[in-house]
Ligand binder design. Structure first.
Ligand code: HEC
Length: 140
């Protein structure tokens, strides 16, 4: 009687050991998926969460539009290859280095300081995900 009880508990132990062996693999798989979701969110730049996409476009159209907009006598194909202000996602073709350069170049442009802040905030949000430290964009 005692012997059969021991056999029973022995088989339960074997089963749970089987499950235990599977679990690390399952956990690894789940965390891979979670990681993938995070990486995808970062790669797509979460456009909906960057509040400066359109304000920055407005600033750049004025300051840089002569070359970085299509269909003008002054349009420059090489400039448009970097970014095209008429594209729905105007920054889609830009590398991180080009975004940093965008930030630098707007410093030297003849635009208001608040407009420079808008472009810097856009780049900052895009590159670092720091999108909440909004500076006041206009004074009443
Ligand atoms: C006179 C035309 C012209 C104007 C105005 C102009 N760009 Fe450009 N830009 C170009 C051209 C041409 C290229 C491509 C250069 C190349 O392919 O080497 C370029 C490339 C760039 C690049 C990518 C190269 C790099 O530096 O990383 C950035 C960023 C850029 N422009 C930002 C700006 C900003 C910001 C302004 C406005 C403040 C501006 N540009 C105004 C012509 C212009």
């Amino acid at each position: 009687m005692g012997a059969s009880l021991r056999i029973g508990s022995g088989s339960v132990n074997t089963q749970s050991r089987e499950l235990f062996r599977l679990r690390p693999w399952l956990q690894g798989y789940e965390s891979m998926i979670a990681l993938l979701v995070v990486v995808l969110a970062l790669l797509t730049g979460s456009p909906a969460t960057n509040p400066w996409i359109e304000p920055a476009r407005d600033v750049l159209v004025q300051a840089c539009g002569s070359c970085h907009r299509p269909n003008l006598p002054t349009s420059n194909p090489r400039a448009l290859a970097v970014f095209n202000l008429h594209e729905p996602v105007w920054y889609a073709t830009m590398t991180d280095d080009q975004l940093r350069s965008l930030s630098r170049r707007i410093q030297g442009a003849k635009v208001e300081e608040s407009d420079r802040d808008i472009v810097n905030s856009f780049v900052n949000c895009k590159l670092t995900g720091a999108c909440s430290d909004a500076r006041p964009q206009e004074s009443p």
